[in-house]
Design a protein around this ligand. Structure first.
Ligand SMILES: [Zn+2]
Length: 392
């Protein structure tokens, strides 16, 4: 990079930072379209709205239409921010579809009377990603790597009567990645009910011994690849090195943001059950940002209250569980801070598309340069000061 540190700091400050309240508003808009099941009018209206918003921000919007046994009209929405390196991508994604299953004992059947808003799963991720797109459209300079943001259709399994599984939209995208391209994928699926959002006092009184909900970053494994190996992945040394480096990068970012390790965790992904699975199975590196708990039922924990895949997945439920809108915004902010800090470490604010100062020889296997991290601190500090709110 060229230029004085002071100038860089000023530029960093002038770049906007994603805000949890904007993400929340986007989430509200997504839920207003109704139950976004595949092949529904609500699904179509929601994805068209995302496309229009992105076009208004100035992006060239790519639509990836596809069909499957169960879907006649599915569509991913993708935007690209070209970097100095065109065969190394950072992809951030969320799914815009929703599903609702009948309550037990009819496990696995879709619920025909459903009008679920799909608020937590995954209007939170879709809305946060739209806010992230909005600020990136205003950032000066260009990234080192090529960034893509994707809103996937058909992530959700269509129930036990379906002829196929879920994850269809991200799978379609992964199939379109050119050979020789290395991807780091960040999945946003169900977050916001996480640090600094406290677990409800009622829940604590009934046996949940956790003060806050956790924000997990389920990341390409360091120790245990068995879930992926059992499904046919041949884990290479390169995948292992990338996974280690990525976990370290995420850990460094959380440390810089002063996120408490106890409530904002980077851990091995050993279950694979969201869109990041398709990326890891294709040899790429990935993480999944996920609030609350994931496998609590198996662990006998009484803290889990995720409203996913149910009629109860609504904005009201989110506000109730989170203790009010401002708390949910703060939870969304935690995830936004992580992805925006990661983006900042990859952005060269001194360059333009025509005049990049970055070298194509820089390897993604190198850890994030300390200099990049440190010049982000001003922006991060500004963001943290902005977001500090009293959690009630
Ligand atoms: Zn989901």
């Amino acid at each position: 990079m060229t230029g004085s540190i002071g100038l860089q700091e000023e530029d960093k400050i002038s770049n906007p930072w994603p805000q949890g309240d904007n993400a929340y508003n986007n989430m509200l808009q997504m839920t207003d379209f109704g139950y976004r099941k595949i092949d529904s009018e609500a699904n179509l209206n929601a994805r068209n709205w995302i496309s229009e918003e992105l076009a208004n921000m100035g992006y060239d919007v790519e639509t990836q239409s596809f069909t499957t046994n169960e879907c006649n009209d599915c569509q991913n929405i993708v935007i690209t921010i070209g970097g100095a390196i065109d065969n190394e991508w950072i992809v951030v994604g969320a799914h815009h579809d929703a599903i609702c299953y009948s309550p037990p004992p009819l496990i696995g059947f879709t619920y025909t009377g459903c009008s679920s808003e799909g608020a937590y799963d995954d209007a939170t991720g879709s809305g946060a990603l739209l806010e992230f797109a909005n600020v990136l459209s205003q950032w000066e300079g260009t990234p080192e790597k090529t960034w893509k943001l994707g809103w996937w259709d058909y992530e959700e399994w269509q129930g036990s009567e379906s002829s196929e599984g879920g994850g269809m939209g991200s799978s379609h995208f992964v199939d379109s990645i050119p050979n020789g391209t290395t991807v780091t994928y960040i999945n946003l699926d169900m977050f916001g009910l996480n640090w600094p959002v406290p677990t409800p006092s009622l829940s604590q009184m009934s046996g949940c011994d956790e003060e806050f909900w956790t924000l997990y970053q389920f990341t390409s494994p360091i120790d245990d690849w068995s879930y992926y190996e059992d499904r046919g992945l041949d884990v290479t040394d390169d995948m292992r090195i990338r996974a280690e480096n990525f976990q370290q990068e995420l850990t460094d970012i959380n440390n810089e943001l002063e996120h408490p390790n106890e409530w904002v965790k980077v851990i091995d992904d050993t279950k694979g059950n969201s869109d990041h699975y398709n990326f890891i199975m294709a040899g790429h590196t990935a993480t999944w940002l996920r609030g609350q708990h994931q496998y609590i039922a198996e662990e006998g924990d009484s803290c889990e209250q995720t409203p996913k895949h149910a009629q109860t997945d609504s904005v009201n439920t989110l506000n109730q569980l989170g203790g009010g809108r401002s708390n949910v915004e703060s939870g969304l902010q935690t995830g936004l801070d992580i992805i925006a800090t990661y983006a900042h470490s990859n952005w060269d604010i001194q360059s333009s598309n025509e005049n990049s100062t970055l070298s194509n020889n820089e390897s993604s296997l190198l850890p994030t340069p300390i200099g990049n991290i440190s010049i982000c601190l001003v922006a991060i500090t500004v963001a943290i000061l902005k977001r500090r709110k009293e959690i009630v």
